[in-house]
Design a protein around this ligand. Structure first.
Ligand code: SF4
Length: 446
C-alpha cells in the first residue's frame, strides 16, 4: 500500500540536512510519495525505515536501463496516464530486428544502419536505439557469433537477445553481458532456466505471456526466482490489443499499485507491410510502449517514428527553447543581413535551416521570449517594439554590423513603425511571413 507524504516524513531523520538534494525532509517525503525520488538519496535514513519505505516508495513502474554508457536506454519510471497530467519520462526505444541466419555482410550492414541512424531534430539527437538479434538458426554457436558481430558493429546500441531457448541463448548472453542485453523472451515453460541465466549475468528479461492474467503470474514467478528487472510482453496481436493491454497494464500499476504489472512494456510490431508496421509502431509509442521492435529502419520510417516519439515525450510544461544570442550562419561578415526571431526551438531551427539553405551569409538575433513562437510572443506582449529595442541595445547588437538594418518577421510587420521610432538610426525591413520564403528573400537582396 502506498504511503502518504506525511507518513513517509515520520520515518525520515528530520534533520533537513539537504544531502538528498531537497531543502527539507518534508519536501523529500512528498517527492517519494509521488514516486519522483528514490529513498537511497537520503544517506542517513535507518535500515528499518529503508525497508518499510523501500517497497512503498518504489516507483509504480519499475525503472532500469537497457545497455550501458551514455546511450543506455532508460525505461519505466512513468507516473501518469496522460502526458498533460505531468509528462512522460523515458521515450520509447526503437529496436531493429535482425535474424542470425543473415550473412556476416548483411548483419554488419544492418548493425551499421542502426549505428548511423542518428539525426538532429530541433536540437535533439534521435536514433534507432537498439538491435534485436532473433535466433532462427537454433544453433548456439551461430547465434553467439551473430550477436558478437552485431555488438561489435553497433557499439552504442542496446542489445535484445531474441531467443526462447535457454540452451541456445546462454553463450550469447555471457558473451555480451557487459553490454547489459535484454533476454527476450521468458515464458512459463523456460522461466527457471532463463532466470538462472539472467541472474548469473545481471541482465533484465522480457516476461512473455498470452494476456495480462497469465503475465501477472509469470512476473511474480520470475521475481520469485530472483530477477527484478522485467519487461512485459502481453501477447497483444493487433493495434486494438496493444492499446487495451498497454493501457490496462499501466492503469493497474499506477492506479491500483498492482506490482505484477508495474514494469515497462515491449511491443513487437513487425508486419509484412512497412507502412502498416509504422502505423502499429506509432500506436504503441503513443500508448505506453517502452520498447518497440521493427523489421526495418528505412529513413522515412525512422523520421516518422522519431517525430511521434519526440512529440509525445516532450514535457508539455517546458517550452522548448534555444539560447538568446546572435547566431552566425554561413560565415557572415559585418556587412551581412541581420534577422530577428524568438527563442522557441522549432521557430529557431526552421528559420536558421532556411537561412542555411539560402547559402547567404547572415546573422540571426534570437530573443528570449520564454520559448514562445513569434506570433504568440507578440500576442503575449513579449515581442514588442519596446522589448526588441531593449534587447538590441542591451546586447550591443548594433556593434556587430556596419549597416544598422534589422529584418523583422513578416508576421509582426505591424511593429516596424514603432521600432523605427525607438531604434534611432536603424532601418527596419519587413521580412517574409513564412520561413520557407527566406532563401528567395535573402538572395533577392543581391
Ligand atoms: Fe532529510 Fe535525509 Fe534529505 Fe537530509 S538527506 S534532508 S535527513 S531526507
Amino acid at each position: 500500500m502506498a504511503l502518504t507524504g506525511v507518513q513517509i516524513f515520520k520515518l525520515l531523520p528530520k534533520t533537513n540536512c539537504k544531502k538528498c538534494g531537497f531543502p527539507t525532509c518534508l519536501a523529500f517525503a512528498m517527492k517519494l510519495a509521488q514516486g519522483a525520488a528514490e529513498i537511497s538519496a537520503c544517506p542517513d535514513v535507518s535500515e528499518e525505515a529503508k525497508s518499510t519505505l523501500g517497497e512503498a516508495s518504489a516507483p509504480p513502474i519499475r525503472s532500469f536501463a537497457l545497455g550501458t554508457g551514455d546511450k543506455a536506454v532508460k525505461m519505466g519510471g512513468e507516473n501518469v496516464m496522460f502526458r498533460h497530467d505531468k509528462k512522460f519520462v523515458n521515450p520509447t526505444a526503437i529496436a531493429l530486428n535482425v535474424k542470425d541466419d543473415l550473412s556476416d555482410a548483411d548483419l554488419s550492414a544492418k548493425a551499421e544502419e542502426v549505428a548511423n541512424s542518428e539525426i538532429d531534430r530541433v536540437g535533439q539527437k534521435l536514433r534507432v536505439d537498439a538491435i534485436s538479434i532473433e535466433c532462427v538458426s537454433n544453433d548456439s554457436a551461430k547465434y553467439e557469433a551473430a550477436v558478437k558481430l552485431v555488438a561489435d558493429k553497433a557499439p552504442d546500441a542496446a542489445l535484445i537477445l531474441n531467443c526462447s531457448d535457454a540452451s541456445v541463448i546462454e553463450g550469447a548472453v555471457k558473451a555480451v553481458a557487459a553490454r547489459k542485453p535484454l533476454i527476450y523472451r521468458v515464458t512459463d515453460e523456460n522461466a527457471d532456466a532463463m532466470a538462472n541465466i539472467a541472474k548469473a549475468n545481471s541482465v533484465p528479461v522480457v516476461a512473455s505471456a498470452d494476456g495480462l492474467e497469465a503475465l501477472s503470474a509469470l512476473t511474480e514467478k520470475i521475481k520469485g526466482l530472483g530477477v527484478e528487472d522485467i519487461v512485459l510482453e502481453t501477447g497483444a496481436k493487433n493495434a486494438k490489443e496493444i492499446i487495451e493491454h498497454n493501457t490496462q497494464a499501466r492503469r493497474s500499476a499506477l492506479k491500483k499499485s498492482f506490482k505484477p504489472l508495474g514494469y515497462p512494456i515491449i511491443n513487437n510490431v513487425i508486419r509484412d507491410d512497412s507502412i502498416f508496421e509504422a502505423s502499429i509502431a506509432a500506436v504503441a509509442i503513443a500508448k505506453y510502449a517502452s520498447i518497440i521492435i521493427v523489421s526495418s529502419a528505412e529513413q522515412w520510417k525512422n523520421l516518422a517514428l522519431f517525430t511521434v516519439r519526440q512529440n509525445i515525450y516532450t514535457d508539455p510544461q517546458v517550452p522548448m527553447q534555444v539560447e538568446q544570442k546572435v547566431y552566425e550562419i554561413n560565415e557572415p561578415t559585418a556587412d551581412s543581413p541581420l534577422m530577428i526571431t524568438t527563442n522557441f526551438s522549432l521557430t529557431y531551427f526552421i528559420v536558421s535551416g532556411e537561412i542555411e539553405n539560402s547559402k547567404v551569409p547572415s546573422m540571426l538575433a534570437v530573443m528570449d521570449c520564454e520559448g514562445l513562437s513569434v506570433l504568440t510572443a507578440w500576442a503575449a506582449g513579449k515581442f514588442t517594439a519596446t522589448k526588441i529595442t531593449q534587447f538590441i541595445l542591451e546586447n550591443n547588437i548594433g556593434d556587430k554590423i556596419t549597416n544598422k538594418e534589422l529584418i523583422l518577421p513578416g508576421q509582426v510587420a505591424i511593429l516596424s513603425g514603432a521600432l523605427e521610432d525607438k531604434l534611432e538610426g536603424w532601418k527596419i525591413t519587413i521580412g517574409p511571413r513564412e520561413a520557407n520564403a527566406i532563401p528567395t528573400f535573402l538572395k533577392s537582396r543581391g
